[in-house]
Design a protein around this ligand. Structure first.
Ligand SMILES: O=C(O)C(=O)C[C@H](O)[C@H](O)COP(=O)(O)O
Length: 215
């Protein structure tokens, strides 16, 4: 099997909303609002009881969304999330068992690494598309800049403390392809049904990210 280009599988989206959804009824309007704002790759975290149902709903009802799942920490979850309709998987860290589960499921996989040794271990497992989490407390953009000098071909999606105010620090680096975060959709916005506000924030983030990447 040839290696999966994970960032291509994410549709080239420069910003990935990281979603913590408490109510399955929010799944479809939230996904539609984000897609309308130009962000189509969505990461639903497995932090809530309804997460698998949220993925199923979005997979069935919002075909424009590239639906992924985050907070995957056990190999058996790959099968569960694939059945629910997930198209990519994100983990906060990486083990050989998780890497094998991604391969077995032919799933685009973005696991986390924040130290040089963790990056080297990922490379040994054939993984060069990585999440950098928690970015803010792991050296931030300065650490990723350092990695760019020694790990040619390794690409990152920083998450954890990434916001509009520091997005440019990350996206202007040669080894950062996309950023992710929870700032785009809060529980309050979902509980209040602020779908047009979510679309506005998504469109603003998309325009900002596209501008940085084009410059
Ligand atoms: O649950 C996971 O596996 C994750 O994906 C972690 C998230 O990427 C961060 O929690 C985002 O951090 P903030 O944007 O600072 O809230």
């Amino acid at each position: 099997m040839s290696k999966i280009d994970v960032f291509a599988a994410l549709g080239g989206n420069p910003v990935i909303p990281v979603l913590v959804v408490e109510d399955v009824a929010h799944a479809v309007p939230m996904a539609k609002a984000l897609v309308a704002g130009g962000l189509t790759a969505l990461e639903v975290t497995l932090r809530t009881d309804c997460a698998l149902s949220v993925i199923e709903r979005i997979a069935n009802e919002v075909p424009e969304a590239i639906i992924g799942v985050g907070t995957v920490t056990r190999p058996e979850q790959f099968d569960e999330v694939k059945k629910a309709g997930a198209q990519f998987v994100v983990s906060p860290g990486l083990t050989p068992t998780l890497a094998q589960a991604a391969l077995d499921n032919e799933m685009p996989y973005l696991p986390g690494a924040v130290t040089a040794s963790e990056v080297i271990r990922a490379m040994e497992l054939g993984i060069t598309d990585l999440k950098f989490f928690p970015a803010g407390t792991s050296g931030g953009a300065a650490a990723l800049k350092g990695f760019s000098t020694v790990f040619a071909g390794v690409r990152f999606c920083p998450t954890g403390g990434v916001k509009p105010g520091n997005m440019a620090d990350y996206l202007s680096l040669p080894n950062v392809v996309t950023v992710g975060g929870t700032w785009l959709v809060t529980s309050e916005m979902m509980n209040n049904g602020e779908w047009s506000e979510i679309t506005r924030i998504a469109a603003e983030a998309r325009a900002q990210a596209d501008g940085i990447l084009a410059s």
